[in-house]
Ligand binder design. Structure first.
Ligand code: ADP
Ligand code: ADP
Length: 220
């Protein structure tokens, strides 16, 4: 079954720019795929439609059996709860510690304190930030902030993880760590879509590659 299904999706931004021009796409449950294409090809837009950060102009987007056209504005936070979203601005809360940023999805879900602490530390450990749990994001480097965002996205075991250039600020060793983390999550059942410029990395990973070119999907 499909976890992601796009049917003839068109996205035109205000001002007339067509970012996606008739995209039909399927990602199967449990699949891990890379989304590639030049800057401006429409990668972020495609992910934003899945995360309901943007709405399509035409066409249909169905995620995990839910037609997103039926998700009303006030239902969006709940819809996003079991998605892992890693976008380029990491959307960290700068008045909260690293620990509290990562804990947020679990707090919202109402988990107990001990359970939260255990899971947050496990997530911070996987991204190599355990020692920074009491720091505030403003005191961290770009790569560290990025990893806080990744830890928060994976802490509640999303069924679908979307990552837009997740290794953009990271050195090769850290990038490889993050890719291994994604592979482990994928093996544990999470479906994953990763947008990236890093073609060499994609080729080494040997996963499916979805190519966008000026808003059009290329076969593959
Ligand atoms: P990519 O992620 O592949 O670089 P994007 O999805 O960010 O591509 O952008 C696709 C096209 O849509 C680009 O031409 C970009 O300038 C345009 N675009 C993206 N976001 C907006 C927006 N909020 N308003 C207007 N145009 C946008
Ligand atoms: P306990 O619940 O037994 O106090 P935890 O393992 O939950 O122990 O927490 C140990 C430490 O982790 C706390 O003293 C605190 O520094 C930090 N910590 C735990 N929860 C939070 C939180 N929500 N925000 C910030 N730090 C926390």
């Amino acid at each position: 079954t499909d976890i992601v299904a796009f049917k003839n999706v068109i996205k035109r931004y205000p001002g007339g720019k067509i970012a996606l021009d008739g995209v039909s796409l399927h990602l199967e449950r449990g699949e891990m795929a890379f989304l590639t294409g030049h800057s401006g090809a429409g990668k972020s837009t495609l992910m934003k439609l899945i995360g309901l950060i943007e709405r399509p102009t035409r066409g249909q987007v169905v995620i995990n059996g839910t037609n997103l056209a039926a998700v009303k504005r006030r239902q969006i936070p709940r819809y996003r709860q079991r998605l892992g979203l890693i976008f380029q601005n990491y959307n960290l809360l700068f008045d909260r510690t690293v620990f509290d940023n990562v804990a947020l999805p679990l707090v919202i879900r109402g988990l107990g304190h001990a359970d939260i602490a255990r899971r947050v530390r496990a997530a911070l450990d996987t991204v190599g930030l355990l020692s920074l749990e009491r720091k505030f994001p403003i005191t961290l480097s770009g790569g560290e902030q990025q990893r806080v965002g990744i830890a928060r996205a994976v802490v509640d075991r999303p069924y679908l993880l979307l990552a837009d250039e997740p290794t953009g600020n990271l050195d090769p060793a850290l990038s490889a760590d993050i890719m291994r983390l994604f592979m482990r999550l994928n093996e544990a059942g999470t479906s994953i879509m990763i947008a990236t410029h890093a073609i060499d990395l994609v080729e080494r990973m040997g996963h499916r590659r979805i190519r966008l070119d000026h808003g059009h999907l290329e076969n593959g």
